[in-house]
Ligand binder design. Structure first.
Ligand code: HEC
Length: 228
């Protein structure tokens, strides 16, 4: 920076304005420099985020990057109102309610999440982001209210639909029952899973295959059932 030194006797009437002018210009230059550095940093962050989102040519076959997952989950956390998050499950889980929820899950949710909640289905694997394994802590650590909110409202920009107004879904009670079932998923028994398979939506081809005995017991068809 070129410093222009202005020598004037201090008692000169011109000295004070000249000094003010000099300092103002210096402050302005520094501010411009800080502005440029901040703009460059912001641009860098934007390029990194864009590269992170656009990877894989926007194909749904790609897996979200770690940073995208962290940002998306945090954004979803912020989007769920605190009072919704803290709502307690009003439905007591009777054996009958649990069975209802399990068969409901087989009918409406397993197409993406799999009967066992692993998310390993053809449809699930083709989504971006993929449905997470509902048995793992990242889901199990969500509150009942949060799980309920997600089922009722869905998650925008993902394949997770809102079931609040879904014709065949039933009412809010059904969503609360599903919350109980999600808690039960880590302990799902083989017998329960086999029963669920009978309630998985099937097209005429699947039914025909089953009748001819060439069904793969939950592995074939169009991934309506868990691959496991
Ligand atoms: C068309 C596919 C699809 C269907 C059908 C579907 N889901 Fe999802 N679900 C997803 C996807 C994708 C996500 C991941 C959303 C995200 O990343 O925030 C998800 C996320 C969730 C989550 C949050 C888990 C977590 O840890 O973030 C819950 C709970 C859930 N689904 C429950 C259900 C229930 C219950 C049903 C049935 C009533 C259902 N889903 C039906 C695709 C689906």
């Amino acid at each position: 920076m070129k410093r222009r030194v202005i020598v004037r006797p201090l008692d000169s009437p011109l000295a004070a304005p000249a000094l003010i002018h000099y300092h103002t210009r210096r402050a302005m230059k520094r501010r411009t420099l800080v502005g440029i550095v901040v703009a460059l940093l912001l641009l860098g962050v934007m390029v990194a985020v864009a590269a992170s989102i656009l990877h894989g040519g926007l194909s749904s076959r790609a897996k979200p990057t770690r940073i995208e997952t962290v940002i998306a989950r945090y954004a979803r956390h912020l989007a769920i109102p605190a009072n919704a998050r803290l709502t307690q499950n009003p439905v007591l889980a009777s054996t009958e309610d649990l069975r209802d929820a399990r068969l409901h899950f087989a009918d409406h949710c397993a197409i993406c999440h799999g009967n066992d909640g692993s998310g390993e289905t053809m449809i699930g694997g083709g989504l971006y982001p993929k449905p997470p394994d509902l048995r793992l802590p990242q889901t199990q650590n969500l509150t009942d209210g949060e799980l309920y909110w997600i089922i009722e409202n869905g998650v925008r920009f993902t394949g997770m639909p809102a079931f609040a107004s879904g014709g065949g879904h039933g009412g809010t009670q059904d969503s609360w029952k599903l919350v109980h079932f999600i808690r039960h998923l880590p302990h799902l028994t083989a017998a329960e899973r086999i029963e669920m398979e009978r309630y998985n939506p099937k097209g005429p081809n699947d039914q025909e295959e089953e009748q001819r005995g060439i069904g793969l017991g939950g592995c074939g068809g169009h991934g309506f059932r868990s691959r496991k």
